[in-house]
Design a protein around this ligand. Structure first.
Ligand code: ZN
Length: 273
């Protein structure tokens, strides 16, 4: 546990009495340890995709009228995508969660960074509450305006000791670190945008997409600056057609195959397909 006092910032080891006579003492939660990295499956040296099933554990996500939970639909779908990619055997794949557990948003993209992934895909299903007419899939990439400030904040926060896309930022001044992170971020956004086109192309015959299917938002789970990251809202589980497609084994298998093909097109050069 960390104890901070107004007069001076100090850290005590757990159990040690705080010597703060007359000073304000604030109790903070201890920092959480980084979660263990998930297992990676696939041929050595093949490019890696990290696939994230949205929500989990005490966070069910969206719910259908019949009680189906987003966290279960997304888990079943990412397992199907993983199985399709393993069967094809051309990329490596890791899941942020392979069971019903809770992960903080930042942990999910951080796993992709720590594993050196070439692509991060977070899979979700949407809810429109009482509106059962809203339907269709949406693909999200990080909003550029929101992420400019993020890049600067990341540079400051990581205190230049981090490595972004193979560039060691240690010892560089903050402005240079910020520029290098920004370059990596732009490259990652280009990769994410290319993947949006590929995934839409592969999946549009399998599930309906919204008219404006590519949207940009400041989503925490997409903020790894050096891994192309896309969030796939596969449809509305409050809409009967979307829900029945996503919750049937056949529909899930078809969506999973489309996602797997798009991942391979993104990560494997044309000459090697
Ligand atoms: Zn969700």
């Amino acid at each position: 546990m960390l104890l901070l006092c107004a007069a001076a910032v100090a850290v005590w080891s757990p159990g040690e009495a705080a010597r703060t006579s007359g000073a304000l003492t604030v109790l903070l939660d201890p920092p959480l340890p980084a979660p263990p990295l998930p297992g990676v499956t696939g041929p050595a040296d093949a490019p890696l995709v990290v696939i994230d099933a949205g929500h989990g554990g005490h966070d069910p996500g969206a719910k259908s009228a019949g009680g189906e939970q987003e966290k279960d639909l997304t888990l079943a779908l990412v397992r199907s995508v993983r199985d399709a990619l393993i069967a094809s055997g051309r990329v490596r794949v890791a899941l942020t969660r392979a069971d019903d557990r809770y992960l903080v948003l930042g942990e999910r993209s951080e796993m992709a960074r720590r594993l050196g992934a070439s692509l991060f895909l977070s899979i979700h299903a949407d809810s429109a509450g009482e509106d059962d007419q809203a339907h269709g899939a949406t693909l999200y990439t990080l909003s550029e305006t929101a992420s400019d400030a993020e890049a600067a904040a990341l540079a400051a926060r990581e205190n230049k000791a981090d490595v972004v896309r193979g560039v060691n930022l240690s010892g560089r001044d903050e402005a240079v670190a910020s520029i290098l992170i920004d370059l990596a971020r732009r490259e990652s956004l280009e990769g994410a945008t290319a993947f949006v086109r590929l995934l839409h192309g592969q999946a549009k015959g399998v599930l309906p997409f919204r008219q404006d299917y590519h949207r940009k938002a400041s989503l925490v789970v997409l903020k790894a600056p050096d891994v192309p990251s896309v969030l796939f809202e596969t449809g509305y589980i409050t809409n009967e057609n979307d829900r029945s497609l996503l919750s049937s084994a056949d529909g899930r298998a078809r969506v999973a195959m489309a996602v797997a093909k798009a991942v391979e097109k993104q990560l494997i050069p044309v000459s090697k397909r």
